[in-house]
Design a protein around this ligand. Structure first.
Ligand SMILES: Nc1ncnc2c1ncn2[C@@H]1O[C@H](COP(=O)(O)OP(=O)(O)OP(=O)(O)O)[C@@H](O)[C@H]1O
Ligand SMILES: C[C@@](O)(CCOP(=O)(O)O)CC(=O)O
Length: 484
């Protein structure tokens, strides 16, 4: 067993396919970002043997960021439970539960005991020390600044893994999927540390493999169990596999395991050989030069209630909702195929592609075709850029319409105003509310670093919009082993 195992798992942005990705018939574009949650697992030998072993979790960015558990065999005899594992929190250390950490630990040590009782028993006389830290973008850093307008330069000068001065329960999150990244990094680190998966399978850019599939299934199961519901799972999928076109898994693939919670049912569900967890992660490249920029808008939204209202509307209006979702899906798919076409065009003629990027990054998207109609050499590429801009705006309108019909502010009017302003800034090709939408976040896709900086120094500085930039950018990588 290694001395210490550390895994980083990225946060996410669901750029295309919000809500539709809940239905296996549709898919979505999820982009992994370069902000990660890191979990480090260390085994500490003790001098004495005890009847259980301790797991000590430390999340130093939070005022109450410590949880302690004792792990032992369940000695209940009515009915006999000798093959189950007990994970009991020591509430003198922290009175609050961390359901995501506890669920992963219970599930993991149940599998460890199921695989090899002696190995489980051998853990007595050791402690397991877990360190969990997250890149600053996962949590609002507004507490560090007195002025309301916060620049990315000031954010970049903060210490890494900055103390939030808040409890984990009260911290304002930014929507990057902290629980999915936590569950994935913790699950991966434990599985590698105890030999359920190989370190080699999780080297950066190691590609997809059976070990990743296995840890993906385990992480999806734990995340759903901890949340008490089965979402689409796009966030755990991108935490494992990075950016891709995601199609959800069948909820039935983990329902029995979630009911029984026994190691055999769990292993049956997540076994890489049977591929019962039938989600797909199709690689997609973000076209050269496209820069994803994110911002936290100082307002909140309640994703679960938004999701339930939309699904209720869909249930009550099957014909209308199917027609609308089919139209949204056609446009989503058009964006995916335009991305692929642009990737081909840039590989065919990088010089011409870069010329088109250079021209369009200095002009507002609505004027590209008229401004450059005589630029015959790169006009094809410019028309492709325009199609992405127009198609994404069409998707925005259709998603806003869906929200109006379902009584959900998917793209509230004030977000519409902000997004339209963003698209009036030179070089901004796409803008939208990611995932479930609402008031709390926006993304933009810019054609150059300069256009991203201009956007931040103009539109995002308008006090009315209450925008705080995030530092995250798109990343190619899913979770990977690293050192802290
Ligand atoms: N660094 C961390 N250390 C320990 N637990 C964490 C950490 N980050 C997240 N968590 C766990 O994940 C929970 C947040 O999950 P929740 O489902 O509320 O948000 P989320 O949808 O993942 O949020 P967001 O997408 O905004 O990041 C926290 O309450 C905590 O239990
Ligand atoms: C609305 C939904 O499709 C996406 C939610 O995305 P986010 O948590 O708002 O980033 C729900 C889901 O896919 O589980």
């Amino acid at each position: 067993m290694p001395f210490r195992t550390t895994v980083a798992a990225p946060g996410k942005v669901l750029v295309v396919g919000g809500y539709l990705v809940l239905d296996k018939k549709y898919n979505g574009l999820v982009i992994a970002v370069n902000s990660c949650v890191y979990t480090s697992v260390k085994t500490k030998k003790l001098d004495s043997l005890t009847n259980s072993f301790k797991v000590l979790v430390n999340s130093p960015q939070f005022t109450n960021g410590k949880w302690e558990y004792s792990v032992s065999l369940n000695t209940e005899n009515n009915p006999p439970q000798s093959n189950t594992v007990l994970v009991e929190q020591d509430y003198t250390v922290s009175k609050n539960k961390n359901v995501f950490i506890e669920t992963v630990l219970e599930t993991f040590f149940g599998l460890l005991n199921y695989r090899n009782r002696e190995e489980f028993e051998s853990l007595k006389g050791t402690d397991l020390e877990l360190l969990v830290v997250s890149d600053n973008d996962f949590y609002s850093q507004r507490h560090e600044f007195v002025d309301t307008i916060i620049s990315s330069k000031k954010l970049s000068e903060l210490p890494k893994f900055n103390f939030t001065k808040s409890s984990i329960e009260d911290v304002k999150k930014t929507g990057l999927g902290s629980s999915a990244a936590l569950v994935t990094s913790l699950s991966s680190a434990l599985m590698i540390h105890f030999g359920f998966a190989s370190k080699q399978s999780f080297l950066k850019n190691s590609g997809n493999n059976d070990d990743k599939y296995f840890v993906h299934g385990f992480s999806q199961y734990c995340h759903c169990l901890a949340q008490g519901k089965i979402g689409s799972g796009f966030d755990v999928s991108s935490a494992i596999f990075g950016s891709h076109i995601y199609q959800r898994f069948s909820p039935s693939s983990i329902e029995i395991a979630m009911q029984n919670k026994d190691p055999k049912s769990i292993m049956d569900a997540i076994d890489p050989k049977t591929k019962r967890i039938d989600s797909t992660a199709k690689n997609i490249s973000i076209p050269n030069g496209f820069k994803l920029v994110l911002a936290d808008v100082n307002a909140g939204s309640n994703t679960p209630s938004m999701v339930s209202k939309v699904l209720q509307w869909r249930k009550n209006n099957p014909k209308d909702s199917n027609e609308l979702w089919e139209e949204i899906s056609r446009n989503n798919t058009k964006i995916f195929s335009l991305f692929d076409t642009l990737v081909d065009e840039s590989s065919k003629n990088q010089k011409l592609y870069d010329l088109a990027i250079n021209k369009c990054s200095k002009t507002i998207a609505s004027e590209w075709e008229t401004t450059f109609q005589t630029e015959t050499d790169c006009l094809l590429i410019i028309k492709l850029f325009s199609q992405i801009y127009e198609t994404n705006n069409k998707v925005r309108k259709l998603m806003k319409l869906m929200g109006d019909k379902a009584g959900v502010e998917v793209e509230p009017d004030q977000q519409t105003k902000l997004l339209d302003q963003c698209l009036s800034s030179p070089g901004v090709i796409m803008a939208g509310v990611p995932g479930a939408g609402g008031y709390d976040a926006i993304y933009c896709m810019c054609l150059s670093e300069e256009s991203a900086q201009l956007l931040e120094s103009t539109v995002w500085k308008v006090p009315e919009f209450k925008v705080t930039p995030l530092l995250s950018r798109q990343s190619d990588s899913g979770c990977f082993v690293t050192e802290l």
